[in-house]
Design a protein around this ligand. Structure first.
Ligand code: C2E
Ligand code: MG
Ligand code: MG
Length: 520
């Protein structure tokens, strides 16, 4: 700009000189014609120099203009690159921050609200790992354009991290239907199966929505709220868009406090195994135990898994937690006089750990517990995202003689297809069905049907949640082989389990149950 002014100044000066010289030139001509002779060569040289200076200045000015245009273009290009996601062509986080602020200011002027929809792909890493980055990139591009076409031109769409997309829209004050319909359409578009290089790829996603008066919250705060709602959907495995509410924020704070104390709890060995008896329903003898984690909290006492398993899964702590609980359970059980079977629970996320089989085998070797007496319980939800990895892990486990049970059968996704997907040794019918068999005909029909089906494919059934004599009799009639539940005994400490083994009969167990329940 300063150079620009300088050149302009030179030009103006040159023109002024030209005028001045020109007047003296014409004055000279005039004087010559009237007979007065002075040195006209000097004036002519000055004039020529002036013209050259003007031409030079003009040329310089034009060059400068062009350079400035080029610079403006490259600056615009750099700004575009800085605010655009190179892979999908959508806005990136920076671009979204700028555009959404602009949109927010407009919304304030129009007295409207701003809504942000946050979409996160579920375990997209699996697509990259399984099919390679080219396929993964293409899937991301298709997902981006699907979201863009659902959003239309009026809304801002961005990819703000590897697997997270956002849509920002302006809505009438308090309007929820519009954003919800948009979020549902976006979710449906993202989860559409797609064909890439003759591979059929389906990607799951979680969605959070938040809206606010733009005068009260900045767009980054609205985005943070949408992300909290998204985290809520992800933790609860909720496959529909979730609206943000204040309770979610409080829960998040609580979660981070729990996370901190879980870390401390693992370091201080506060997670211990409890044992729930698994009964042979025909003979009424204890067959084995399901190992269930308990947290011996210095202030809260014995804490049950519903308070910590989900948080531990979310924060990658479940592996260390489970390992320490399983180790203690195996160490205790090898010392018991009676040989027993143990069942341990493996969280969905642990099936993504390629070393899981090796870790379990090492625990068995170090504790001396026989592998053929160990069963690993896997829930249905753990199978839906990475079946190949699950297969590899399961094969390694089976090679060691470890058995496999499908836990919580009936509550997950596509139950029957999962039965064929992996070589299960037993199926555990979820207690939600079992506890309802006396008052819910559907639940009863499901328990009967699953037992018959399992019999047909030669896989024994374990029934969870037997709480009464009546239920015990009913499931026995249906042909279930193994059962567990509070009728036989609540989860108990290792010492209590050892004592229970010495008695061995279900009647005694049931008789002891109230005592155990009080002491636990
Ligand atoms: P699960 O594997 O389905 O375990 C059965 C749950 O049902 C246990 O709850 C058990 O106490 C409860 N239960 C059993 N019989 C009855 C009954 O008759 N009535 C009622 N009302 N409840 C009964 P718990 O111990 O709270 O465990 C909950 C879940 O936490 C387990 O469900 C399992 O998925 C998970 N979990 C527990 N320990 C571990 C662990 O060490 N690692 C992992 N990854 N998950 C664990
Ligand atoms: Mg279980
Ligand atoms: Mg279960």
């Amino acid at each position: 700009m300063r150079r620009d002014l300088f050149v302009l100044g030179v030009l103006i000066l040159s023109v002024m000189l030209l005028i001045w010289n020109g007047s003296s030139f014409f004055g000279t001509i005039g004087r010559l014609s009237t007979g007065f002779g002075i040195d006209h060569k000097l004036s002519f040289t000055a004039l020529t120099l002036n013209v050259a200076l003007i031409l030079f200045g003009w040329r310089y000015y034009v060059d400068l203009q062009q350079e400035m245009e080029r610079r403006a273009e490259s600056e615009a290009r750099a700004a575009y690159i800085a605010s655009t996601d190179g892979m999908t062509g959508l806005l990136n986080r920076k671009g979204f921050a700028e555009e959404s602020e602009r949109m927010r200011v407009e919304a304030i002027a129009d007295d409207r609200h701003v809504a942000i929809i946050s979409i996160q792909l579920a375990r997209f890493k699996v697509v990259n790992d399984r099919y390679g980055f080219d396929v993964g990139d293409e899937a991301l591009r298709r997902i981006a354009s699907a979201i863009e076409s659902v959003a239309g031109e009026q809304r801002k769409v961005a990819r703000i991290s590897g697997d997270e997309f956002v849509i920002m829209t302006v809505v009438k004050r308090g309007g929820r239907e519009g954003p919800m319909a948009l979020a549902e359409a976006a979710l449906a578009a993202v989860t559409q199966p797609m064909m890439i290089e003759d591979k059929l790829i389906t990607v799951g996603a979680f969605v959070g929505i938040a809206s606010a008066c733009p005068g009260e919250l900045k767009s980054r705060d609205i985005l943070r709220r949408a992300d909290i709602a998204l985290a809520h959907a992800r933790t609860g495995r909720i496959a529909r868009p979730m609206w943000f509410d204040e309770g979610m924020e409080r829960e998040l704070l609580r979660h981070s406090e729990i996370e901190q104390s879980i870390r401390g709890g693992i370091d201080q060995d506060q997670f211990i195994p409890y044992f729930e008896p698994q009964m042979d329903l025909e003979t009424n003898r204890v067959k084995g135990f399901e190992v269930l984690a308990r947290w011996e909290h210095p202030l809260s006492g014995i804490v049950t898994p519903d308070r910590f398993i989900a948080v531990a899964e979310e924060n990658g702590l479940i592996g260390a937690l489970s390992e320490s609980v399983i180790r203690k359970a195996l160490e205790a059980a090898v010392k018991w006089d009676e040989p027993v079977d143990l069942s341990v629970n493996i969280a969905p996320i642990q099936l993504g750990d390629a070393w899981l089989a090796q870790k379990l085998v090492r625990l068995l070797t170090e504790t001396g517990f026989p592998p053929e007496r160990l069963t690993v319980e896997i829930t249905e939800s753990s199978l839906f995202s990475d079946l190949d990895m699950a297969r590899t892990i399961v094969e390694s486990l089976k090679n060691q003689g470890i058995k496999l049970a499908l836990d919580d059968f009936g509550t997950g996704f596509s139950s029957l297809s999962h039965l064929r997907a992996l070589p299960f040794n037993s199926i555990k019918i979820d207690r939600a069905f079992v506890s309802a068999i006396h008052h819910d005909v559907e639940a009863e029909a499901i328990v009967r049907a699953v037992t018959t089906l399992a019999e047909a494919i030669d896989i024994p059934v374990t029934v969870e949640g037997i709480e009464s004599e009546e239920t015990h009799a009913a499931v026995l009639r249906y042909g279930c082989a193994v059962g567990q539940g509070w009728y036989f005994g609540k989860p108990m400490t290792a010492d209590q389990a050892e004592q229970l083994l010495r008695h061995g009969s279900a009647d005694l167990v049931a008789g002891r149950e109230s005592k155990i329940a009080k002491s636990a």
